[in-house]
Design a protein around this ligand. Structure first.
Ligand code: BES
Ligand code: MN
Ligand code: MN
Length: 455
């Protein structure tokens, strides 16, 4: 039996097993789910063992991580697979058509929190490797698997783990399936990710909520003032108006501009998919350039005052917001946080107290766009999806990819299996059954293609 035939034969059971994995509410951001995250790690650990890997759990200061390996031969290449078993919060729950932790198949999609980001994708890698193990009795490469439980919380404790386990994690190349394909008809090799800088802004006004008639007009309203500050963080061309923000940003190369232009883009269908009337962004750049190769600044959430039923006429005592910037390679998250803080404090009027809490973030990365590893992953994608992949970048962030490079000296192959309309971080997250299956196939042929690099 070939690995592909094995995958075909075991499709039903594989789906069942994935549904078990998806049933854990492993929301890393919320302390109320700490036990669920741990239970998910435990399940994954024993599942990896059942699949034939030597697997164990490592505790961290935060959520545990699962490390598994299958070592065959010192001379064969060693591949470090990475994924995350934690998921984003599910709110707003009322917008889900089926329960987020009870996976359901509808119209060719598996719906559940974590299907595309990232349980379904990492599961495809596991099951592809298992198919090779089951049919061939061994693997042509050494495999190390690192599956963490804190990616959605910015991988806070992972750098320390990598630093103290350099020998354990030593590898020739890393593989990450935690991104999207270019489209439903075009698989992709992703060669870059943006980084992230995260700050929180807290604006305090009067020492209690005030009657907006009795005091309105004479006291600064923290919500008004916060909005004014936020409103000044972009200029009229949608450039970020923070001094020094672009200092380390390199212009987009000619090669890259041409590469992006080759990719199909329909503004009409893009707008339709998102339900917006017009696209938006930094003047002088195309949508792909804005999404993948330019930095951004966005408010993720803003809070303050009364939002309950009916009217409550107050000047709220306080307001706050969370801001993230997407960064491009060379921009340093801590440096950007400092610059942001400085500018926000400068914009703050004396009538309110403004505090900026800096949370750091992740660095952006680009990986080499040529070389034998990338070619090998291209061949595997072609065999798994039946189509030659295109080159693209992604606007999202995977913090560990930069750490792999700086701490272990390892480049990463970003083999995205999902789609950009899979609703990751959003209600009704989904993963196409077809993408899951083709992803498993890609994962099953990847080892033999990577093994060729070592020959
Ligand atoms: N899988 C995503 C990253 C991603 C999203 C890649 C979209 C490509 C397209 C990952 O799980 C994620 O959400 N990362 C966070 C990182 C943050 C918490 C440091 C992100 O990008 O917001
Ligand atoms: Mn992810
Ligand atoms: Mn995510």
């Amino acid at each position: 039996m070939t690995p592909f035939q094995y995958l075909k034969k075991t499709e039903k059971q594989r789906r069942k097993d994935l549904f078990e994995f998806l049933a854990f509410p492993s929301v890393s951001a919320k302390s109320e789910h700490k036990k669920d995250v741990a239970a998910c790690a435990k399940w994954l650990n024993s599942y990896m063992s059942k699949c034939g890997f030597k697997s164990r759990i490592y505790k961290t200061k935060g959520h545990p991580l699962v490390y598994a390996e299958y070592m065959v031969d010192k001379k064969a290449p060693t591949v470090l697979y990475y994924g995350h078993y934690d998921v984003q919060p599910v709110e707003p729950l009322e917008l889900w058509k089926s329960q987020p932790f009870k996976a359901q198949v509808r119209g060719g999609y598996i719906y559940a929190r974590g299907t595309a980001d990232d349980k379904g994708q990492v599961f495809a890698q596991i099951k592809g490797l298992e198919a090779v193990l089951q049919t061939e009795g061994t693997l042509p490469i050494n495999v190390k698997f690192l599956i963490e439980g804190e990616e959605e919380a910015a991988s806070e404790n992972l750098p320390a783990f990598i630093k103290s386990h350099k020998k354990l994690l030593k590898a020739d190349i890393a593989v990450v399936s935690d991104t999207a394909q270019f489209s439903k008809t075009l698989p992709a090799v992703t060669y870059g990710l943006r980084g992230l800088a995260f700050v929180e802004v807290i604006v305090d006004g009067p020492n209690r909520d005030l009657h907006s008639g009795a005091f309105g007009g004479a006291v600064a309203n923290p919500v008004n003032e916060l909005c004014k500050i936020v409103g000044q963080l972009h200029d009229k061309n949608n450039k970020i108006a923070v001094p020094g923000f672009y200092k380390d940003v390199k212009p987009i190369s000619k090669w890259e501009r041409q590469q992006f232009k080759k990719l199909p883009f329909s503004e009409a269908s893009y707008k339709k998919m998102l339900g917006v009337k017009a696209v938006h962004g930094e003047k002088g750049y195309t949508t792909y350039e804005r999404q993948w190769s330019r930095p951004t600044l966005d408010v993720n959430g803003i809070t303050g005052g009364y939002q309950g039923e009916g009217a409550k006429t107050i000047i709220p005592a306080t307001a706050s917001c969370k801001i993230t910037c997407r960064l491009v390679p060379n921009q340093d998250p801590d440096d950007i946080c400092r610059k942001l803080e400085k500018q926000i404090l400068k914009l703050a009027p004396k009538s309110v107290k403004v505090k900026v809490v800096k949370h750091g973030g992740a660095r952006g990365v680009v990986v080499p766009v040529d070389g034998p590893w990338l070619e090998a992953s291209g061949r595997a994608i072609k065999k798994g999806f039946g189509k030659e992949p295109v080159f693209m970048k992604e606007g999202g962030s995977i913090p560990v990819v930069a750490d792999f490079k700086t701490m272990l000296g390892v480049d990463t192959l970003l083999i995205g299996l999902a789609q950009n309309d899979d609703n990751i971080h959003s209600p009704n997250e989904r993963f196409r059954v077809k993408d899951f299956e083709n992803g498993c196939r890609t994962a099953a042929v990847l080892p033999e293609e990577l093994a060729k690099v070592g020959e």
